[in-house]
Design a protein around this ligand. Structure first.
Ligand code: SF4
Length: 667
């Protein structure tokens, strides 16, 4: 079967699935991916929402006979590929040997579970119902994937103590190695042609490959990155280092347990020393994380400059490092008493190395910073300022057939892919393809830019913007996302709005993201106030989401140390950071935010941007040009008229209960 026989008009997909509509854009993308895989050439594809891009790359990937890694930014897309798209192809006679490879923290570690079980049996940790359920389930599960145990929530504390990680996994020396879920998953992946994973694990694998013998994925012939707009941030994280309070606390907990199981805490000749070493580590960690500067600006991150290391923070980091060294030395003396002690020495060692890299970042190439998030979690970290050169060495030179695709890769104009090419070090010879969405945007969506509000920096902005939000939400009767560019703005809007209108209001952080989304979908007329984590990768098709409001243009905060370093680097090179970095970056983020609204051919809705700079500043034109061609509204009255017309047409044609459910293949 040719690609057209499968994806084209009257092809196998349309014959097999009622309601499946072939799309020329999808077929064009499939041909381009097919050629990239066949010739081993890199390819960039921007495919607007609704193109059906997952099938457009899966069909050529499965037919190629190559081992292809499909990497996604979100778990949801990886699961959709495994549970919906690949089975769809199997029904067409294109079965694929495929394995879903998740990050290690998704799998139960039998060694850690055994340690935890023993600690619970002796009363060292509290044995709760969640542990009992995990122990029951682990005897029956084939996968060991925590997502398969639905009645223990994803954020239950037990997972922290019983799941695997690159730090805690000790490999072939482990007594559980052959039964280990991670080992089994990797063996399955080695026998598969299609490996579905996520960007985090893909880059963890690239980072591991810098050491001889290190890898998390089997060798592959080609890689396809979906949701490739997220690559830069994720790669930056993985080529950097980070020491968090959770990492130190977890190590201290596991070390205590390992010493205890080895009988050392009951050994009078050892107990005193080990107890002191553990107490010193706890004190040093507490003191270092308490010393982290509270962020003053919109970013949670603050520069960690050499002069900061001469003060309290530097002293606290050195104390933590010496406490870790002492722990490592003590554990090393007893590694013959158990695998867990070997794991402790390795983790303490790598944490010391990370602290050294943070205290002495490679000049110009890396930036060190502290990070204190809204919930008070703390970290010290170092990240590469640019990852283009690293990707050239680690990715582009190693694998020829690399496909990058997303609904948002290109800015407006002829040089649309220039930005992403530069940021990710894409080879010159990479082809590119830009495919418009098949949706009828002028009919399905309206774009309203509030031109009369004060500028976002104006002290009057919040109150005026909140009034505008109320008016807009009244037009659609709820069903709205209010996407803010900072946590501070999110909280301020929540304060202004919640309880002062009849709409159920959810605020990011009050429950896990998937729970909030579920509640939002079920409520139909709710409002969700959130920041960047809802700005992309969120799929709410149908009537539940019919209004997306963005408070400001999503320029990255110049207070962020990584962003500031990138700006500085371009300035030093005599280039324009605004034109070459900040503006294109904001254009892609804006497009992502817009992309939350129209998810199927049947969706209708409004995007409202409360930032007048979009129409008052010269650069606004290029931002507007990058957005889908929605109808433009210039007042709330025009928004209201658009909605009255669009929603009545939708009600007639597509009753609410069926919206978003009867199109088998979406974006
Ligand atoms: S091999 Fe690693 S992940 Fe598997 S049980 Fe042992 S320590 Fe845990």
């Amino acid at each position: 079967m040719s690609l057209a026989d499968i994806l084209g008009d009257g092809g196998a997909l349309s014959r097999t699935f009622d309601g499946y509509e072939s799309r020329p854009q999808q077929l064009e993308m499939a041909h381009a991916v097919d050629a990239a895989l066949a010739h081993g050439t890199p390819l960039l594809v921007e495919a607007g929402t609704g193109t059906g891009k997952s099938l457009a790359y899966l069909v050529p990937a499965v037919r190629s006979g190559l081992r292809v890694v499909i990497s996604t930014a979100t778990k949801a897309l990886g699961e959709q590929i495994m549970q919906r798209d690949l089975p769809t192809l199997a029904r067409l006679g294109l079965p694929a040997d495929a394995t879903l490879v998740k990050g290690l923290s998704n799998y139960v570690c039998l060694r850690r579970l055994d340690d935890h079980r023993r600690a619970a049996a002796t009363g060292k940790v509290r044995a709760d119902g969640a542990l009992t359920r995990v122990l029951d389930w682990v005897d029956h599960t084939d996968s060991g994937d925590r997502a398969d145990l639905a009645d223990v929530s994803d954020d239950a504390p037990v997972w922290r103590d019983v799941t695997s990680s690159s730090e805690t996994r000790i490999g072939q020396r482990c007594q559980f190695f052959d039964r280990c879920f991670v080992t089994r998953m990797r063996r399955k992946a080695e026998a598969s042609k299609i490996i579905v994973t996520n960007h985090h694990l893909f880059f963890a694998d690239l980072a591991l490959r810098q050491n001889p013998g290190g890898q998390a994925l089997p060798d592959y012939d080609a890689v396809i990155f979906d949701e490739a707009h997220a690559l830069e941030d994720i790669a930056t994280e993985f080529f950097g280092v980070r020491v968090t309070r959770a990492r130190i606390d977890g190590l201290a907990r596991d070390a205590t347990r390992a010493f205890d199981h080895a009988g050392l805490l009951k050994d009078p000749s050892r107990a005193l020393t080990l107890t002191r070493v553990l107490a010193t580590l706890a004190d040093a960690s507490d003191s270092m994380f308490r010393t982290l500067p509270r962020p003053r600006a919109e970013s949670s991150r603050t520069f960690l400059r050499p002069e900061s290391l001469e003060g309290d923070l530097g002293r606290a980091m050195r104390s933590l490092r010496s406490a870790l060294t002492e722990l490592c030395d003590q554990a090393r003396e007893f590694v013959t008493l158990g695998d867990a002690l070997l794991s402790v020495t390795r983790r303490a060692d790598t944490t010391c190395e990370a602290l050294d890299r943070i205290a002495n970042p490679m000049p110009q190439a890396f930036v060190a910073y502290t990070d204190v998030d809204a919930r008070g979690g703390g970290a010290v970290a170092a990240a590469p300022v640019e990852i283009g050169e690293m990707l050239k060495a680690q990715l582009w030179s190693r694998t020829k057939a690399v496909v990058l695709t997303s609904a948002t890769l290109a800015t407006s104009g002829e040089r649309g892919f220039q930005f992403i090419r530069g940021r990710l070090g894409v080879p010159e010879d990479a082809d590119s393809l830009q495919l418009a969405s098949p949706f009828d945007f002028p009919t399905q969506a309206a774009l309203y830019v509030s031109a009369t509000l004060p500028e976002p920096r104006d002290p009057e902005f919040l109150a005026a913007a909140a009034r505008e939000v109320r008016a807009l939400v009244d037009v659609t009767g709820g069903g709205a996302f209010l996407l803010c560019t900072s946590v501070r703005a999110m909280r301020a809007f929540a304060e202004e709005l919640r309880g002062r209108w009849p709409y159920e209001t959810f605020v990011q952080g009050e429950a896990p993201k998937n729970v909030l989304l579920q509640r939002f979908r079920e409520a139909h007329d709710a409002v969700l106030i959130a920041t960047s984590s809802f700005w992309e990768g969120v799929d709410v098709p149908g009537h539940a989401l019919r209004l997306v409001i963005m408070d400001k243009l999503p320029f990255d905060s110049p207070d962020d140390p990584v962003v500031a370093s990138r700006i500085q680097r371009l300035t030093d090179a005599g280039r324009s950071p605004f034109a070459e970095y900040q503006l294109p970056s904001a254009a892609l983020a804006l497009k992502q935010g817009f992309g939350r609204l129209i998810r199927t051919r049947r969706d209708v809705g409004i995007v409202a941007i409360l930032d007048r700079r979009l129409v008052k500043r010269g650069y606004g034109r290029s931002l507007l040009a990058a957005l889908p061609p929605a109808s433009r509204c210039h007042s709330i009255e025009e928004v209201s008229a658009f909605w009255a017309h669009a929603s009545s047409a939708t009600e007639e044609d597509f009753p609410r209960s069926t919206q978003g459910t009867n199109v088998p293949v979406r974006a």
